[in-house]
Design a protein around this ligand. Structure first.
Ligand code: PAF
Length: 277
């Protein structure tokens, strides 16, 4: 496994065998089973696999959140080596955003609601760094998790609008055995918080059950989610039921809908979602 921080080294390694198909897994490190699942899928579907590990400062609107973001590069590299990854990029912020950096990418509409509203500038940071990753690695396929459902929608829109020549592969959310969606942020939960956090999945599952029993009114389903979270005094940031592609809020669910939520457990902001219908 080759590990580089310089962009020129990544480009050279990528183009050494021009006819090979490359899969890219962009990450912010502190890897868990969810990331490794993306790596395995990339391994199966491509000749070579590249991974980026970069805690992207411009997608954090809260510096405390950035400072507390967990990091463990030696452990991450050991995990990736075991998975048979070919190339890892571990740049510094100065390498990604040199002094005169001044170009940003904004996906106008679907970046605005939900996470975009709660975290102003977040998606501008995500799309800018992901576009850079695509330009540097030039992957044939790039792998993202469904857990960040809005991120997936925003990146797909960017790919279409800017004609990036690659395929985006979305992999299902990987959950702990008790349903908690895997996330690097879970490491910041106290033992009690870790138990309470499973109620996010429980709340989504309750909404899905109600939907399966015939409830189509989005307001009612949101009420079921809220009530479940209130049982554990979990502070809710938002509960949303939207079209999965346009992210427009729905009143009545006729086809597929993205049910998503953000909530605070131990002051750690967690997100989760489920597709119903
Ligand atoms: O999902 C993430 O970990 C990040 O948002 C990404 C896609 C690596 C961009 O920094």
């Amino acid at each position: 496994m080759q590990v580089f921080s310089e962009i020129v080294d990544i480009r050279q390694a990528r183009w050494k065998e021009p006819s090979t198909r490359w899969g890219l897994v962009p990450t912010m490190g502190f890897l868990h089973e969810g990331h490794l699942n993306l790596v395995r899928r990339a391994r199966n579907e491509n000749d070579r696999v590249g991974v980026s590990i970069f805690v992207n400062p411009i997608q954090f609107n809260d510096t405390k959140d950035l400072d507390h973001y967990p990091r463990d590069l030696p452990r991450d590299l050991a995990l990736l080596e075991k998975e048979g990854v070919d190339l890892v990029w571990t740049p510094t912020p100065e390498q990604v955003y040199p002094e005169n950096f001044q170009t940003y990418i904004t996906v106008e509409k679907i970046s605005q609601p939900l996470e975009g509203k709660a975290r102003p500038g977040h998606f501008r940071g995500v799309t800018t760094v992901v576009a850079k990753l695509f330009n540097i690695f030039q992957p044939d396929r790039a792998y993202f998790g469904q857990k960040d459902a809005q991120q997936v929608a925003v990146i797909k829109q960017m790919i279409e609008d800017l004609n990036f020549n690659l395929e985006i592969i979305i992999c299902p959310t990987v959950r702990e055995s008790d349903g908690l969606a895997m996330s690097s942020r879970n490491a910041r939960l106290s033992p009690q918080g870790r138990v309470d956090a499973t109620w996010l999945y429980r709340a989504l599952s309750n909404a899905r059950t109600a939907f399966e029993q015939g409830i189509r009114d989005a307001q009612k389903l949101k009420g079921i989610i809220l009530k479940t979270l209130q049982e554990k005094n979990i502070r809710v940031d938002y509960i949303s039921i939207t079209n999965p592609v346009t992210l427009q809020e729905l009143e009545i669910i006729q086809q597929e809908a993205l049910v998503s939520l953000a909530a605070f457990v131990d002051e750690v902001r967690l997100i989760d979602n489920m597709i119903i219908g």
